[in-house]
Design a protein around this ligand. Structure first.
Ligand SMILES: *Cc1c(COP(=O)(O)O)cnc(C)c1O
Length: 464
């Protein structure tokens, strides 16, 4: 940079670099999901801009966003179509409360989501984050049974190793100790059933056989608790925060049938897996089921703005529909419920799905990911390479024979994270699981870079 520019610049932008911004950040910003002390060794990276799968920092380094910025981004950063839609909406109507008022983006989005979702999901209740959508689904299910005169149905059943968000209700139905354990005294008592997680299947057992065998636990729990249960909640096909653990669609089919037989709602949390991540638009499609509640967020706005929605059907809607004096209404709200800017981003995202062969293109990209990752399966510290659509995970272990993981205190994932950053790829391992869930605009060459670096990260994470 020339002296001239340096001194002429009145704007901070001319002086801004990674170090100065990180220092300013650390004076006031408290980061999510972070031990802030870690930033003494590894300061946060200030991102100046994004384009496609790439993020660029203030020192000019570029990072391939292999985790879609916490699984939100579908069609790249600064996507021209979505940006234009948000800008146009911002110049027209930025926000209006959704009680007593409505707006075209919320109406059109509800029309399009109900048309796209599994048959029977005809009603959309908007919220503003994934966790908020889970709270809505839990409250709505409980309240449905109350309105139907079954006040005793007030408990929830969840899978081990599940994740549904961080607010207290959502955390209650989650089972990842890292997030949950500290707050245990504050949480609802939930019934937990072992996950059909295929990583835990017996040698020689197929994913479907394992699903069928695991289902015995679910069937027994439903039989025992149906009278006090409002709903079962699951992440269809992939338990993402729990380490990208996957299971066969057969489990969902058995679960739908059992929930019907026992009179219990089924809540499908597709906040992470919706919008094509598993290969189909919604993961539930692979089991050909309709849940009673479908929770969506993350990719809903293409990764642009916070928005979530709970879809449900006429039976649930009808249980709340009555003269005001009957006091059956669902009086839940968030200030930014159904925000027009977020709805505009979601509409632009759905428009890309409608006008481009996204899922078909993804099949080819997913096959390329599989091919690039295949050699890693033979690594002496890799217990499993698994994939579901555009989600690919590599499970590293200390001992391949016993599958004993490395002690968490060694923080080997952090080594991998740092190595990947140095190589220009943003990977953020979940414990011993190094995974890729890239935006759908990734190219085959970028997939080769991403998985090449993921392979180096396996070596880094597993070095003595
Ligand atoms: C991320 C996530 C949530 C929570 O969404 P937030 O927007 O972070 O509150 C809930 N369920 C699943 C499956 C998720 O991956």
């Amino acid at each position: 940079m020339s002296e001239n520019i340096h001194h002429a610049g009145s704007a901070d932008a001319n002086r801004a670099n990674n170090a100065t911004l990180a220092a300013r950040d650390l004076r006031h910003v408290w980061h999510p999901c972070t031990q802030m002390h870690d930033h003494e060794a590894l300061p946060p990276i200030p991102v100046r801009r994004g384009a496609g799968v790439w993020l660029e920092d203030y020192d000019g380094n570029r990072y391939l966003d292999a985790v879609s910025s916490w699984w939100t981004n579908l069609f790249g950063h600064a996507n021209a179509r979505i940006s234009a839609a948000v800008a146009a909406q911002a110049g027209t109507l930025e926000h209006v409360m959704l009680a007593g008022f409505t707006h075209e983006p919320a109406i059109r989005l509800a029309e399009q989501l109900t048309a796209l979702a599994p048959a029977g999901l005809t009603r959309c209740f908007y919220a503003d984050s994934g966790s908020a959508a889970i709270e809505v689904a839990l409250k709505m299910s409980f309240h449905y049974w109350l309105n139907r005169g079954q006040a005793g149905k007030r408990r929830f059943l969840a899978l081990s190793n599940g994740y549904h968000g961080e607010t207290l209700g959502a955390l209650s139905v989650g089972d990842v100790p890292l997030y949950r354990e500290t707050y245990q005294p504050l949480l609802l008592p939930v019934i937990t059933v072992p996950s059909p997680d295929c990583y835990l299947r017996a040698a020689g057992e197929s994913w479907a056989e394992h699903a069928r065998r695991s289902f015995a636990d679910m069937e027994a729990a439903l039989e025992r608790h149906a009278g006090e249960l409002a709903a079962v909640i699951v992440e269809p096909l992939v338990q993402c925060a729990g380490g990208m653990r996957m299971y066969d669609p057969l489990y969902l089919r058995l679960l739908r049938d059992a929930c019907d037989r026992h009179g219990v709602h089924l809540i499908a949390d597709e906040i992470a897996v919706g919008f094509g991540r598993t290969g189909t638009m919604f993961a539930c499609e692979q089991a050909d089921i309709t849940p009673d509640f479908l929770c969506l967020s993350k990719g809903l706005t293409g990764g642009y703005l916070p928005l979530s929605v709970v879809l449900t059907g006429e039976d649930v809607y009808g249980a709340f529909y009555a003269e005001y004096a009957q006091q059956r209404a669902f009086l839940h709200s968030h200030s930014y419920t159904g925000n027009p800017l977020a709805c505009a981003a979601a509409l632009a995202t759905l428009d890309i799905f409608a006008t481009e062969p996204v899922l078909e293109r993804n099949r080819a990209l997913a096959a390329h990911m599989a091919a690039c990752a295949a050699p890693l399966a033979a690594h002496p510290h890799v217990a499993e390479v698994r994939q579901c659509g555009m989600i690919l995970a590599i499970e590293t272990v200390r001992d391949r024979a016993t599958r004993a993981p490395y002690p968490w205190q060694e923080r080997r994932g952090l080594r991998a994270y740092r190595h990947a950053l140095a190589r220009g790829v943003l990977l953020r391992p979940l414990g011993g699981v190094i995974y890729c869930m890239p935006p759908y605009v990734i190219t085959p060459q970028e997939i080769e870079l991403m998985l090449g670096v993921a392979g180096e990260c396996v070596d880094m994470a597993c070095a003595p």
